[in-house]
Design a protein around this ligand. Structure first.
Ligand code: FES
Length: 571
């Protein structure tokens, strides 16, 4: 009998070599918590709780979990919550991405090891939903996601503010001298004023939307604001759905098919979603043996329009997206491009769900039709070339199209430390037409592939009115950022990718039309530099110990979702 056989408390018994004794002992200890025998005979629904005092986005999770518990009890189950790692984006050093895989392992092992017939995954902040789905994908237990929901916007001198596109916009203006110290202090207190995830189509909101498109959360739940009463009703409904899943035994690998991931990629492009979602989707897919490629992303990007006018690509915020119709509207507009036979956590198909939503009101200032889209092609493109043999990503929907066909001079920073030291130096040799290049900020070089790809405009240029430049790195960037920024250059510099040999003064050619990113040096010079290059394997004080050592030894590149080699399933 395997660890996941059996039901309720009899599931996955502790191994003493005597199953009856193990069940007797477990029941005895469960009774010590005050549960009745009747309660313990119900389907057990685990609730993975990622609340933490270090996670502002999850501060309302206790209330949400109460809602889930209500739903589970009403449907005849027994809810039992348990803690997991929590990844509060801005509270983690050096970057939350370093710990996504650790959280996924925590979720996978605790869902499998503890006796639950289904699990509700409750989380939202950037890496949390990817980690929970990665973990649940391979745990073999029916799972349903409940996202935290987005924050409401704040106000500053009559202007709406939402984390974190406006965080960056105001900080850029402060650096340029257009906003005073007193004003930036005031803005600081108004950017994030409620519980919930960032208020724009950043990584958290993107992953919430893609989770709904994948079929792993209930219809219509991705965009409900964190503090809206509808989110509590969504929590209750999610608890009820979890009990149904416990009975049906519909496990994630039956929902997370290659066709479902293609639907999710379409949704990502249509919402103008975060570049980080490409990495996260690839990682989730890898846990169930589905391979996502950047070539597929490019193919879909040509066919899939951007439908929503949301920051950072557009003007509106997540609360507007919710009021406008949310993901149901986007999926209905995409219907002709989607695989409607994909199963969802409801037990029905995506097609069933869209038929049920038919006729809902839509605010067309926020969500456009497929025939009159916000942008005619998808928000993301992958670039390939001599500087990025395995690919790089550009969010064209949040970039300056005037820079898309450019041959330019490189201004190189060898590391994040070098960037911090020199970017604002008055004698930095840089012009607005140059490309800023950052090395050694990838999965191993960062380490953890920090969101450092949004290189600041050098102060002397920003004070002269420059607001965008081409920036190229092996780092990621926040899903809330805007600019002509080439990210995820693969292979990264720290493992010997061509990025490692770029020097200040080199010529780089970017062509979005041709999907190319090339370093224009001749072959002899390329060979000479590669020969001379002292191979850097990782930054910091060496391999170290513990989790960081495990991470550095096993993390894969961006084109494999930055997952660990030993966690991916063969495709
Ligand atoms: Fe949590 Fe942005 S900081 S989602």
């Amino acid at each position: 009998m395997s660890a996941t056989d059996g039901h309720g408390l009899a599931r996955g018994l502790t191994n003493y070599g005597d199953r009856d004794f193990a069940l007797y002992l477990r029941r005895s200890f469960a009774l010590s918590m005050g549960y009745s025998r009747a309660a313990l005979a119900r389907p057990l629904v685990g609730i993975a709780n990622s609340a933490s005092g270090f996670n502002n986005c999850h501060r309302h999770l206790p209330e949400l979990i109460e809602g889930v518990r209500r739903g589970v009890l009403a449907a005849g189950g027994l809810p039992i919550d348990f803690p997991t790692i929590s990844l509060g984006e801005v509270f983690l050093e050096p970057t939350s991405m370093l710990y996504r895989n650790l959280m996924s392992m925590d979720v996978e092992e605790m869902v499998r090891a503890q006796p639950m017939d289904a699990v509700v995954l409750v989380g939202g902040c950037d890496k949390t939903v990817p980690a929970q789905l990665m973990g649940a994908a391979a745990a073999g237990v029916p799972a349903i996601q409940l996202v935290a929901g987005p924050m409401m916007t704040g106000r500053h001198e009559g202007e709406r503010l939402g984390a974190c596109t406006d965080c960056r916009r105001f900080w850029g203006r402060y650096r340029a001298g257009a906003v005073s110290r007193a004003q930036i202090d005031s803005v600081e207190g108004r950017l994030a004023t409620t519980a919930g995830t960032c208020a724009v189509m950043g990584t958290a909101s993107t992953m919430a939307c893609l989770t709904e498109a994948l079929g792993m959360s209930l219809p219509g739940t991705a965009a409900i604001p964190a503090v809206h009463a509808d989110r509590l009703r969504a929590a209750e409904a999610t608890g009820e759905a979890a009990v149904a899943l416990a009975h049906s035994r519909l496990t994630p690998e039956r929902i997370l098919t290659s066709r479902a991931f293609e639907n999710a990629l379409r949704a990502l492009l249509a919402v103008g979603g975060s570049t980080n979602a490409v990495i996260h989707l690839t990682a989730i897919a890898g846990r169930v043996g589905v391979r996502l490629t950047l070539e597929a992303l490019n193919r879909l990007s040509e066919e899939t329009p951007v439908l929503v006018d949301l920051k950072p690509s557009g003007q509106h915020y997540m609360e507007d997206f919710f009021a406008a119709g949310g993901m149901g509207t986007v999926l209905r507009e995409l219907r002709g491009m989607l695989h409607l036979d994909c199963l969802t956590v409801t037990g029905g198909t995506l097609g069933d769900r869209l038929a049920a939503d038919e006729g809902a009101w839509v605010d067309r200032t926020v969500i456009r039709t497929a025939t009159e889209p916000y942008q005619s092609v998808g928000g993301l493109v992958a670039l390939f070339g001599s500087l990025a043999p395995e690919g790089a990503i550009l969010k064209r929907s949040a970039a300056d199209a005037r820079l898309f066909e450019t041959t330019t001079r490189a201004v190189v920073f060898e590391s994040l430390e070098d960037l911090a030291r020199r970017i604002d130096a008055p004698d930095l040799d840089v012009t607005p037409g140059d490309a800023l290049v950052l090395k050694n900020a990838g999965p191993k070089g960062g380490p953890g592939m920090p969101e450092a790809g949004y290189l600041p405009i050098p102060t002397k240029l920003s004070r002269a009115g420059v607001t965008d430049m081409i920036r190229i790195s092996d780092a990621r960037m926040s899903g809330t950022a805007f600019g002509t920024i080439v990210l995820h250059v693969t292979p990264e510099a720290a493992v010997g990718g061509p990025l490692a040999i770029v020097q200040t003064g080199d010529t780089i050619r970017l062509s979005v039309k041709e999907r190319r990113l090339d370093l224009l040096i001749d072959d002899a010079e390329r060979a000479r530099r590669l020969e001379a290059r002292c191979r850097v394997t990782r930054s910091g004080e060496g391999p170290g110990r513990g989790y960081r050592r495990l991470y550095l030894d096993h993390v894969l590149q961006a084109d494999a979702g930055c997952d660990f080699d030993f966690l991916r399933q063969a495709d």
